[in-house]
Ligand binder design. Sequence first.
Ligand code: CO
Length: 134
Amino acid sequence: MIGRLNHVAIAVRDIAKASAVYRDVLGAQVSDVVPQPEHGVNTVFITLPNTKIELLEPLGDHSPIDKFLERNADGGIHHICYEVDDIIAARDRLLERGARVLGTGDPKIGAHGKPVLFLHPKDFCGTLVELEQA
Ligand code: CO
């Protein structure tokens, strides 16, 4: 069911500093900071030959990554995103198999303008999983 790895998201406290690490130390192609107020984060997209890395920094008072950064003071891998051909069919298959879909269970429009869903980390080896319609 799952297809390509779309991105790995890394939560950071300071996105400028993190961007500099990826650009200057690792030599990656790094975007400008893109604020996503509707998601409570600032994002930077790092394009690798086979996938992307997304840096996430809290934006606003109640960012969904605040708690994660309280537990992980140095930042860390927040979620991984897999592409699926049909997000509704994917959701139904997962629910049938007892997996938990976060939120209302209806896809929301994610950081790339495509429908996404998040899956409970306890059902997926301790990793928050995002599914994105390919
Ligand atoms: Co993501």
